[in-house]
Design a protein around this ligand. Structure first.
Ligand code: ADP
Ligand code: MG
Length: 719
C-alpha cells in the first residue's frame, strides 16, 4: 500500500472519513497524536491517558488479532454453525424495547440478493446514536444461529464495522485481512483502526529506520514504514496465521529491534569490561599448594574445569566477569573459596556478598573453618556494622581483613576497601543486571564472580546475564543420592511425624519450614511458633530450635550454629533457610504449606537436605485440597530433581520475568517481544549485537537510535 498522505495540519476535529486538505505526508514518529487526521484535542486527551501521545505510540498499538475478510459469505449461504464475515447494506432498523435485556435492535441487512437479520441486545446506545440507518454499509462477523422468531438464520451481537463512504484505505475492502485492536479507554477498535490508518497515510516517507539497510537485508527484515503498514494493513499475500501468531516478518522486525537494543547494550558492556585494565593475578605452584590446603575432598571434574576457567580470567589483563551456574548442592561455594585464596595470596582483599543475613552468617562460619589452616582474617559485616562495629569496618579499610562477608547492603553502606581484588556474589537470583553493574562501577575494577543456583535455560541466561561469561557446574559431588520428595496432605499428617521419628532415630536432623508471607509477618511467626511448640510436645526427648526473621542476627547465628553442630535435632524455621545453608547431617525436610511456594523455591529448599552421605527426603505438606496451579508445582517438584527441567516447567507456568526476578533486576519490559516465545529471534539479535560492537562507534550510534525509538526508560542505566 502506498503512502498517500492527507492530513489536516491543524489537528482540528474532523469526522473520520472526511478528507482534509491534501497535504504532503508530513507526520513524523514523534509528532503529537492530535495532528493525526480525525484526532482532535478531545480524543488526543483520551488517548493520552493511555500513554498514546505521539504518532509512534499509536503505531505501536499493534492489532490483537486479524480477521479474514478476504471472502465475504453471501447472505443466502448462511447456515447455523461456524463464524462468518459478511458485507451488507442496512435496509431497515427496528427497536424493540424489552424489559429483560435492555432493548433489542433488529437490523435488516441485504447483500443485494437476499436479506438477513442481525440483532443486538442491550443496544440502546447503538439505537440512540443511529449507528445503523438505511443505506449504511457494514462488515459484520458472527456465528449464524437459527432464528426462533423467523425463518432462516440470524446473527446475534455480531462484531461489526461501518464501512466509511469511499474510504478505500480502511482495511475493509473485501480483499483484506482486518486488524482488530484492543479498545483504548473509550476509543473502539474501529476508531483505533481509523486513527492508525490516518497516521499511516500521513506518515512521512522519510522516517528514519534505526536498523541499517545492510542488516535488514541480511536478516530479511522489512523496513520500518513497511513494517508498520504490514502490521496494520496486511495484504492478501501475507500469511494470516503468521500474523495471528505474531510471527509475520513485520512482527519479527519489531521483536528483533527490541532484543537488539538489549543485546547491544549488554555486548557493549561486556566489551568495555574486557577493554578495561583490571587486577591481574598470578597463580604459581605456591598458590596452587595454598589452594589445595582448603580442600577436604576431591573436587569433581566440573569443579576443576570451572576453576580453570576462572584462573584463566584472573590471569588475563581485564577483570573477570563470570557467572557460575550450578544446581543446588553442586558445590559452588568451594570454588568461590578457591578463588578467594588466589586473590588473597596475590595480596588483595576479597568480598563475598550474600542475599540474606543468614546466608552471610553461614558463609562466615564456613569460611572461618575452611580458611583456618591459612590463618586468613575473615570479617563479617552485618547490617548496622557501620556504627555498631567500627573495628570490623576499620579492618576492611586498613586491609587487615582479607575476606569480608556480608549482604549486598554492606557494600551499599559504603564500606571502603583497602585493596579489593575479588567480588563474589552469591546471587540466588536476587541481584540483577543493574545492581551488578552498579557494583562493578565501585572504584576499582575487581574480578567478579556471580554464583547462581537458579538453573535457567541457556538462552535466558544470556539474556539476563548477557554481560557475563558463563561457567556451569553440571555434576554433583560423588555419593549423592537424589532426594526423595513426597507430597503429603493434611489427612496423612501422621506420616510426617513418623518420618521425623525415623530420621532422628537414624541419627539425622530435620528441618521443618514454614512459608514467609510478606504481607503478614505476624501470621508466619505464629504458625512457625505453633509448629515449634507442637513438635516440642510431640518429641519430648528431642531438642527443637526455632528460627525466624524477627530474631536478632546474633540469635539467628546462635540457633544456626547449634543446628550445624548437631546440638539441635529439629529446626523449625520460616524460609530463612532457603538459601545456601549447609548442614550435612540434615536428612529430612518437612515443608509446611508447600502450596504457597514456587517451584524454584521448593527446589532450593530441599537442596538443604541430603548433603551428606545419607539419602535426603523431603515432604511437601499441603491441605487436602489445593488449587490446580499449586498441584502442578508440587507435582513437578516431586517428579524430578533436575533443576534445569524444573526451571523450564517454571518458565512455562510463570513466564520469564518472574523466574529471573525481573522486577528487581531491571531487565526491560518489552513492548512486542517475548523472551520465551521469541527465543530464536533473541539468538539472532545476540549474534548481530556481537558483530556490531566490534565497531564501537557504530554500536553507540545504533543504541542511540534504537533507544530514541523505544523510549529512554527502556534500558535506563544498563549502558
Ligand atoms: P551450592 O552449589 O548449593 O552452594 P555447596 O557449595 O553448599 O553447594 O556444596 C554442597 C555440599 O557439597 C557441601 O557440604 C560441600 O562441602 C559438599 N561438596 C562440594 N563439593 C564436593 C566434592 N567435590 N566432593 C564432596 N563434597 C562436596
Ligand atoms: Mg550455595
Amino acid at each position: 500500500m502506498e503512502v498517500d498522505g492527507r492530513i489536516e495540519g491543524s489537528g482540528g476535529v474532523s469526522p473520520a472519513g472526511a478528507r482534509g486538505p491534501a497535504l504532503a505526508a508530513s507526520l513524523q514518529l514523534d509528532t503529537a497524536i492530535q495532528f493525526v487526521r480525525g484526532v482532535g484535542p478531545k480524543r488526543a486527551a483520551l488517548l493520552g491517558k493511555r500513554g498514546i501521545r505521539r504518532v509512534e505510540d499509536i503505531l505501536f498499538h499493534f492489532p490483537r488479532r486479524y480477521e479474514d475478510r478476504s471472502e465475504f459469505a453471501s447472505l443466502d449461504s448462511l447456515r447455523p454453525g461456524a463464524s462468518v464475515t459478511i458485507r451488507a447494506t442496512v435496509l431497515g432498523v427496528h427497536w424493540i424495547p424489552t424489559r429483560a435485556r435492555g432493548g433489542l435492535l433488529d437490523v435488516v441487512l441485504t447483500d443485494g440478493r437476499s436479506t438477513l437479520h442481525a440483532k443486538w441486545f442491550n443496544a440502546g446506545r447503538l439505537y440512540r446514536n443511529q449507528v445503523f440507518s438505511a443505506g449504511v454499509r457494514l462488515v459484520a462477523t458472527g456465528k449464524p444461529e437459527r432464528d426462533r422468531y423467523g425463518a432462516g438464520v440470524v446473527l446475534f451481537n455480531p462484531e461489526f464495522e461501518i464501512v466509511p463512504d469511499g474510504d478505500a484505505a480502511s482495511g475493509l475492502e473485501p480483499d483484506a485481512y482486518a486488524p482488530v485492536y484492543e479498545e483504548l479507554a473509550g476509543v473502539t477498535s474501529r476508531q483505533v483502526r481509523s486513527i492508525v490508518g490516518a497516521a499511516l497515510d500521513g506518515l512521512s516517507a522519510d522516517i528514519e529506520d534505526p536498523l541499517p539497510g545492510e542488516m535488514r537485508g541480511r536478516l530479511k527484515l522489512p523496513a520500518l514504514g513497511a513494517s508498520f503498514r504490514g502490521l496494520h494493513r496486511p495484504r492478501l499475500e501475507d500469511d494470516l496465521d503468521q500474523l495471528n501468531r505474531r510471527r509475520s516478518p513485520y512482527h519479527r522486525r519489531f521483536i528483533f529491534e527490541e532484543f537488539l537494543l538489549m543485546e547491544l547494550t549488554l555486548a557493549r558492556e561486556r566489551r568495555r569490561t574486557r577493554a578495561r585494565d583490571g587486577v591481574r593475578f598470578t597463580t604459581g605452584d605456591r598458590i596452587r599448594e595454598r589452594v589445595k590446603t582448603i580442600l577436604s575432598f576431591h573436587p569433581t571434574a566440573a569443579q576443576k574445569r570451572v576453576l580453570r576457567e576462572i584462573v584463566d580470567d584472573l590471569k588475563a589483563p581485564h577483570p573477570m566477569n563470570r557467572l557460575l551456574q550450578g544446581d543446588v548442592g553442586s558445590g559452588k561455594t568451594i570454588v568461590a573459596f578457591e578463588t578467594v585464596v588466589i586473590a588473597v595470596e596475590n595480596g588483595f582483599q576479597a568480598v563475598i556478598m550474600a542475599p540474606t543475613e543468614i546466608l552471610a552468617e553461614q558463609h562466615y562460619i564456613n569460611a572461618r573453618r575452611v580458611f583456618a589452616p591459612l590463618g586468613y582474617e575473615v570479617v563479617l559485616l552485618r547490617k548496622g556494622s557501620a556504627k555498631d562495629d567500627p573495628e570490623a569496618l576499620d579492618s576492611v579499610g586498613s586491609g587487615r581483613a582479607q575476606l569480608v562477608i556480608g549482604t549486598h547492603a554492606v557494600l551499599e553502606e559504603g564500606a571502603a576497601f583497602h585493596r579489593l581484588g575479588l567480588v563474589v556474589i552469591d546471587e540466588q537470583h536476587r541481584f540483577g543486571v543493574l545492581q551488578r553493574l552498579r557494583l562493578m562501577e565501585k572504584g576499582t575494577r575487581p574480578n567478579t564472580l556471580v554464583m547462581t543456583a537458579t538453573p535457567i535455560p541457556r538462552t535466558l541466561a544470556m539474556t539476563f546475564y548477557g554481560d557475563l561469561d558463563v561457567s556451569v557446574i553440571d555434576e554433583m559431588p560423588p555419593g549423592r543420592t537424589p532426594i526423595r520428595t513426597e507430597h503429603v496432605t493434611e489427612r496423612d499428617r501422621a506420616r510426617a511425624a513418623t518420618s521425623i521419628r525415623e530420621d532422628l532415630a537414624a541419627g539425622g536432623q530435620c528441618y521443618v519450614v514454614y512459608p514467609l508471607i510478606e504481607e503478614s509477618e505476624k501470621l508466619d511467626l505464629r504458625s512457625a511458633t505453633e509448629g515449634f511448640q507442637q513438635l516440642a510436645a510431640t518429641f519430648p526427648g528431642r531438642r527443637v530450635g526455632l528460627l525466624h526473621g524477627r530474631m536478632k542476627s546474633e540469635e539467628k547465628e546462635a540457633v544456626m550454629q547449634s543446628f550445624s553442630a548437631g546440638r539441635l535435632d529439629i529446626l523449625v524455621s520460616t524460609t530463612v533457610v532457603e538459601v545456601g545453608v549447609d548442614v550435612p547431617h540434615a536428612g529430612l525436610m518437612v515443608v509446611e504449606h508447600a502450596e504457597r511456594f514456587g517451584i524454584a523455591q521448593l527446589h532450593q529448599l530441599r537442596g538443604r537436605v541430603g548433603r551428606g552421605r545419607r539419602r535426603g527426603r523431603c515432604l511437601l505438606m499441603t491441605p487436602d485440597r489445593i488449587g490446580d496451579a499449586a498441584v502442578e508445582r508440587v507435582r513437578a517438584v516431586v517428579a524430578t530433581t533436575d533443576g534445569f527441567r524444573l526451571a523450564e516447567t517454571d518458565l512455562k507456568l510463570r513466564g520469564p520475568g518472574e523466574l529471573a526476578g525481573t522486577r528487581q533486576s531491571g531487565v526491560p519490559e518489552f513492548r512486542v517481544a517475548d523472551i520465551v516465545e521469541d527465543m530464536d529471534i533473541l539468538v539472532e539479535a545476540r549474534d548481530e549485537a556481537e558483530r556490531c560492537v566490534r565497531d564501537v562507534r557504530l554500536a553507540d550510534a545504533l543504541i542511540r537510535r534504537l533507544s530514541g525509538r523505544h523510549g529512554p526508560a527502556n534500558l535506563a542505566g544498563v549502558g
